[in-house]
Design a protein. Structure first.
Ligand SMILES: Cc1ncc(C[n+]2csc(CCOP(=O)(O)OP(=O)(O)O)c2C)c(N)n1
Ligand SMILES: [Mg+2]
Length: 562
């Protein structure tokens, strides 16, 4: 069809195409596409990272994708397919371009009770943008191109390809093929659709007329790489910025116009500011329950405008006075070009109010951020990370209390720092950190997780050591999943019984020792003053490191203000 076909095996074609797309690592549990792995070794430099579970392989691919903007590849044979599907759910929720390959049914044998086989395809449906089968070897090139095109285009997201044969043995067959790569779809975003001029003007007019406008920036800002334009527009017009958890790295927390993460896992100054606004400008956020504290912040009915690359996102949860369809970076650059900086004058009182909200928050939490308590208060870990995480670091955070502590209390100091968080799955952050470090070996990667979150995929310490993928993992070790404490208090009608703790606590554990046994650097921290030196030592070690911090099981993260 394209004129450069040649006879080759599916495995040769797949290996060449993955290398052509710039894939450096794939994450998997064998046995799937075995011949392709052999061809990768012969023909490419792709690292074939063999993991301890399909879910963590998917999380590594997800971390790889979010850190680099390049699709992350994960794989499973037929019996592991649903474990892999489970791992795609966070990528789906976070709009991360992960491509999953599985082995699957052969028409020659299906419905005959083939060993290990069920029909896996439907289970991928709710967690993918494109869920398809490769039934004929000659379809490998066009289906792989479609996988990359779909994963990276529009609002990015996961894709699943099931290759024929329980181990994807279709890769052994030969056909006339061309391993053509469309480099444009090798990373997010492949296109930057420009907005309609009238829509830009309408949104800008509203922003410039407003006296207390606020921007709520989401993950679409990071996918578009639009942080610079966002902050420049905010500065020109003097508009404060709150972010979703997924958009936390849209603006450094130390910036005077940054008011923090808004919503449920949030900073109270952000919720107060958003609820005081006379106009909310949503940029690249799906205005979901977590970001809006279930549509209470701001309340529905607050005047709103929205910028998004997905037309179906515009106005989904908040009636809009103006909507702009387009790539965030392109839209914000167009707005900046036409912005009337003189209009900033009328927002001087609002900016002062924001400064007061900022100062009040730091005043209220200073003693916790600097706490000398032993066992250590988790807020102190956040305070130390704000000060000591390197300028070019990627910070990766688990969910639950980890998401609350870090979302609310940690500040990025510079525009060159990145922040990624679990979209809801406990246990995501540690493997995601391995994937992120694989994608960006030159950048420091610092993971923050609770102990319950770390237990999930602790076997992957061995994987990180085997591949010398030197992420640094900080375990907020309080001996249980203490986010559950409040919920069980409520369930027991106020105060839970002593026995109820069996529902959410564990045996004490020294994760530093476990990490050392698996070949990583392990550092145990029991005094707040030891956190910064431990981080410095772990980052300098250039090998996988686990910092186990003994923290207070009674410390509960502040809940959202509405
Ligand atoms: C896959 C999954 N299962 C269950 C939960 C519910 N959950 C949220 S936080 C949490 C406990 C977290 O414990 P830990 O990681 O130790 O953090 P801590 O709250 O103790 O700081 C649980 C069970 C979840 N978010 N994801
Ligand atoms: Mg815990």
């Amino acid at each position: 069809m394209l004129g450069h076909n040649r006879k080759m095996t599916g495995a040769e074609c797949l290996a060449d195409m993955l290398a052509g797309y710039g894939v450096t690592h794939v994450f998997m549990v064998p046995a799937v596409l075995r011949r392709t792995f052999a061809e990768m070794e012969r023909r490419t430099k792709i690292a074939r990272v063999h993991c301890h579970g399909e879910k963590s392989a998917a999380y590594m691919a997800d971390g790889y994708a979010r850190a680099s903007g390049k699709p992350g590849i994960c794989m499973a044979q037929v019996i592991g397919a649903l474990n892999l599907a489970a791992g795609l759910r966070d990528a789906w929720l976070a709009h991360s371009p992960v491509i999953a390959f599985t082995g699957g049914r052969d028409p020659k044998t299906k419905f005959r009770k083939v060993y290990q086989e069920i029909d896996d395809v439907p289970a991928f449906e709710p967690v993918t943008k494109f869920n398809a089968t490769v039934d004929d070897v000659a379809r490998i090139p066009d289906m792989l191109r479609q996988a990359f095109r779909t994963a990276t285009s529009g609002t990015p997201g996961p894709v699943h390809l099931q290759f024929r044969g329980n181990e994807g043995q279709v890769d052994l067959e030969e056909a006339e093929m061309e391993p053509l790569v469309e480099a444009q779809f090798a990373r997010v975003p492949p296109f930057r659709p420009a907005p309609e001029a009238a829509h830009v003007k309408a949104a800008l007019d509203l922003l410039q007329r407003a006296e207390r406008p606020i921007i709520v920036a989401g993950g679409g800002v990071r996918a578009s790489g639009a942080a610079r334009e966002l902050v420049a527009l905010a500065e020109a017009l003097q508009i404060p910025i709150a972010t979703s958890l997924n958009g936390k790295d849209s603006i450094p927390g130390t910036h005077a116009l940054s008011i923090g993460v808004v919503g449920s896992y949030s900073r109270e100054s952000a919720n107060r500011a958003v609820n005081r606004a006379d106009l909310v400008c949503f940029v690249g956020t799906e205005t979901g329950g977590m970001t809006t504290h279930f549509w209470a912040v701001p309340p529905i009915g607050t005047p709103a405008i929205q910028i998004d690359i997905d037309p179906e996102a515009l106005g989904r949860n908040y009636p809009l006075q103006a909507s702009v369809l387009g790539d965030a970076k392109t839209v914000l650059a167009a707005m900046l070009k036409q912005a009337d900086a003189a209009s900033a004058q009328k927002r001087a009182a609002w900016v002062k109010e924001i400064a007061t909200l900022r100062a009040d928050w730091y005043g209220k939490y200073k003693s916790l951020l600097e706490s000398e308590a032993a066992p250590i208060h988790p807020a102190r870990i956040c305070g130390e990370l704000t000060k000591h995480v390197p300028d070019d670091a990627i910070v990766i955070v688990d969910t639950g209390h980890a998401g609350m502590w870090m979302g609310g209390m940690y500040d990025l100091r510079s525009a060159s720092q990145s922040y990624m968080r679990s979209a809801g799955h406990l246990g995501w952050a540690f493997p995601a950190g391995i994937g992120a470090k694989a994608a960006c070996p030159e950048r420091p990667v610092v993971v923050f997780t609770g102990d319950a979150g770390f237990w999930y995929h602790i076997g992957e310490v061995e994987t990180a050591v085997r591949w010398n993928i030197a992420s640094v993992t900080i375990v907020n070790n309080n001996g249980g999943g203490n986010q559950s404490k409040r919920g069980f208090d409520r369930a027991y009608g106020g105060t839970q019984t002593e026995q109820a703790r069996e529902l959410w606590t564990y045996n004490p554990m020294n994760f530093a020792k476990l990490a050392e046994d698996m070949g990583a650097l392990g550092i145990r921290v029991e005094r707040a003053g030891e956190i910064a030196p431990a981080l410095a030592r772990a980052l300098a070690a250039k090998r996988p490191a686990v910092i186990d911090i003994a923290t207070d099981i009674e410390a509960l993260a502040p809940t959202a203000v509405a």
